[in-house]
Ligand binder design. Structure first.
Ligand SMILES: [Zn+2]
Length: 118
């Protein structure tokens, strides 16, 4: 019995794809935030020689960049989980080859490592 087929896999795919859609929406929203910050920084640099907002904008931008990097990493994890599901290796630890565990997958559907390897 492969985990890559059957009703369990279909449900897992639904969970992963739903999570992927939400994460993708978050990435897009953060990209818009970043564009807004970049644009504000550009305008304030043009309009105001003192640039009183420069430091705040720089901080905000760094914060958004960090959130964006984390959301993109999560998107990668979900893509790889979907690939493993298609290949029939979902739920198999990518490090030791042991089972990741149903409870762990429930909490973190994109988990690639079992609890001892994580
Ligand atoms: Zn492992």
């Amino acid at each position: 019995m492969s985990e890559g087929t059957g009703a369990g896999a279909a449900r897992t795919r639904e969970v992963l794809e739903g999570e992927r859609e939400r994460t993708l929406a978050a990435v897009r929203a953060l990209e818009r935030d970043r564009e807004g910050i970049v644009e504000s920084a550009r305008l304030s640099a043009v309009d105001d020689e003192h640039d009183p907002e420069g430091a705040t904008l720089g901080f905000e931008r760094a914060h958004v960049e960090a959130l964006l990097a984390s959301a993109r990493g999560r998107l990668d994890d979900l893509d790889r989980a979907l690939e493993r599901l298609a290949a029939g290796t979902y739920g198999v630890c990518t490090s030791c080859g042991g089972p990741v565990g149903a409870g762990r997958l429930e909490a973190r559907p994109a988990a690639a490592l079992c609890i001892s390897c994580a």
